[in-house]
Every structure is written in C-alpha cells, then in structure tokens.
Design a protein around this ligand. Structure first.
Ligand SMILES: [Zn+2]
Length: 360
C-alpha cells in the first residue's frame, strides 16, 4: 500500500534547514496555504459558473471595481475591511475568509504530518482541490470534472514517482499480480461508490448519489493507501449521519409551518436517470472514459476559444429537497482528517479490528 515517499532532498541540504526553527517553517507553509486559499476562492466562484479562471482580474461582484494588491492580502484584507468592499461597502461572504484560513491550516497540518517530503507537496495540492470541491458541492450540488481529473492526475503522478524511486509501496499484490497501488485504489473505490449510486437508485427510486461523488472517490483511491481511503469513506458515512441528521432536525424545527411530509417525501424536480444509463456510466468512470472526454473538450476549447464547451450550472437547475444534503463535503472532511491523522486513524482501526475479531 502506498505510504510515505522518501524525502526529496539529501541529508546535506536537510541539515541547513535546522537553522530555521520549526515554527517558522510552519508559519511560512501556513502563509503559502492562505495564498493558495485566496486562489481557491476564485475557483469556487468561477468553476461552477463556467467562467474563465484566469481572464478577468478579481473584482467586487457588487460594484465591479477591480481589486488591488492591498485588497487581496489573504485573511488580513478581509479582517481589516471588516468583511466589506472597500469601494462600495457591499458585504463580502465569510466564505472567503474561511477558505483561506482552512487552506492555510490544512497546509500546515500536512507539513506537520509528512514533513519535508514529496508527499507533503502531493498532499497539499490534493487538499487544495478537496477544499474547492467541498465548497462548490455545498453550494451547487456538483463537483466540477476539472477538480476530479486534477486529483486523479495527481494520484497517478504520485504512483509513478514511487515506482521511479523503487519504493515497494508503489505496488500491491492482488492474487499473485503485482499492480500499481493507484490503479487498484481507483478501481476498488469507483466500484464501491458506483454500487452505492446504483443501489440508491434502485431502492429509493431517485438519485441518492451523484457521479461527482463516484469520481471523487476514484481520485481519493489513487492518492491514499487503500485501507486509509476505505476508513475515510466509513468516516464520511458516520459524519453524514451525525451532521446531516442534526441539520434535518434543525431545519424541521426552523420551519414548523411548512407541510413537512410533502417537502420531505417529494422527489427532486429532476427525474432520476434510467438504470441502464447509470450502469453504463459507472463502467465509463471505471475505465476513466470521462477523463478522456474531459481532456478532449479541453483541447477543443483551446483550439477554438470562441466556443467554450463548458456547461454553465444554470443549464440544469437542481432544486434540492429539504433532506437533500450533498455527500461530497462529508467525503472531503473525512479524507482530510484521515490524511492528517493517519497514524491515529490506523491505530484506532487496528484496535477496533482486534476487539471485533476477539484476538489479542
Ligand atoms: Zn464593491
């Protein structure tokens, strides 16, 4: 199972870093994270709306004034201006602040766990994409394909790197076959989530889980050791039950006047996908056909920039029911917890396994 990569730098170079105190490196990593977080805020706003992520410079959504450097300092600009636009006084969402704080903290947490290693680099990029997926799914009930393809590519790159440095953790043996761990992880995780999606469709006669979640699980399978990924999924279910249950109770309490049965029971306005189509699509995700389509679309829109093939979210308006809560954010949260708390999560699992099997 894929574990830590070896440190990328020689011992000689490593020694020079002893001059810098550990808290100082941690602070620098945190600041880098906060800066990446402010870029993620741009992605979170523009990706689901089909807007270019580079072209217009950042501007206030209210008065359209182009923002200057002093308005774009992560965390500090927001606090200094008390969450308001400097030019028109319009309120700015707290999301901008939380995304920067969360990204900075997670970058620091990953550095703390994996130290000065290639894994830290791979995992901070992974965490950045996960944070973007978290907030986009929360707001729009979708995870952009670009994010899932990026994470998948990252996982494949990590596996290739482990192979290149002859790390035994690059491989897993399945029934006598020596296979790249990312391939096995992707197949197992896709199969589990596609099964849940199809079963949900059969049992509840509506789309219980979107394919964005299946693709997210596939990417997670390429990035993490399989046992850790599976524990993260179990954690996501537990987290979803606790937080989702609390949210539903809270919402029901908040709106006692609304006719609850019709609101809870009625299916979303979008009709569920036919079963055969779901099975075919599961197969396509399993063999990464969607990645090829995504790349093809990307190349085509690069060649003819006028006609963008990006589908704006408004095209398929999804009105969530009262109990419809995206599952993606729970997967993201549990994955990040597993990534940073890796040894604790694994030892907790081992303790549980010993207890469950009654062994010593
Ligand atoms: Zn403004």
């Amino acid at each position: 199972m894929g574990g830590e990569c070896s440190p990328p730098f020689s011992k000689r170079e490593d020694a020079s870093r002893l001059i810098m105190p550990e808290w100082y490196i941690g602070l620098v990593v945190f600041i880098y994270g906060a800066v990446v977080g402010s870029f993620l805020n741009v992605l979170i706003y523009r990706l689901p709306r089909g807007l270019s992520i580079v072209k217009p410079r950042s501007h206030c959504p209210s008065c359209k004034t182009e923002l200057r450097a002093r308005d774009l300092v992560p965390l500090l600009s927001f606090l200094w201006q008390r969450g308001k636009c400097r030019y028109c006084g319009a309120r700015i969402s707290w999301r901008y602040f939380w995304v920067e704080l969360a990204t900075g903290s997670l970058f620091w947490g990953i550095y703390w766990r994996y130290g000065w290693s290639w894994d830290t680099l791979f995992y901070v990029l992974f965490a950045a994409a996960l944070i973007a997926a978290f907030f986009i799914d929360l707001e729009h009930f979708l995870i952009p394909d670009g994010l899932n393809v990026f994470m998948l590519a990252l996982g494949v790159a990590r596996n290739v790197m482990l192979i290149a440095e002859n790390n035994p953790q690059a491989w897993v043996v399945v029934g006598g076959w020596k296979l790249p761990y990312a391939l096995v992880g992707a197949i197992v995780c896709t199969a589990i989530f596609a099964t849940i999606a199809v079963m949900g469709r059969v049992m509840f006669r509506k789309d219980a889980m979107g394919f964005g979640d299946v693709k997210l699980a596939r990417a997670i399978g390429t990035m993490m050791p399989l046992n850790l990924a599976l524990l993260a999924f179990a954690g996501a279910v537990a987290l979803g039950a606790v937080v989702g249950g609390a949210l539903v109770l809270f919402t029901l309490k908040q709106q006692p006047s609304t006719p609850a049965p019709s609101a809870v029971g009625s299916a979303p306005t979008v009709s569920p996908e036919p079963l055969t189509q779901m099975l075919l699509y599961s197969l396509a995700v399993l063999v990464a056909l969607d990645v090829l389509v995504f790349l093809y679309d990307g190349v085509r829109s690069l060649l003819s920039p006028g006609k963008s093939s990006a589908v704006p979210v408004e095209e398929e308006e999804f009105v969530p029911g009262l109990t419809t809560i995206p599952f993606g954010p729970y997967i993201v949260a549990a994955t990040l917890i597993a990534l940073i708390g890796k040894p604790y999560v694994l030892s907790l699992w081992n303790a549980y396994w010993r207890w469950a099997t009654g062994g010593g």
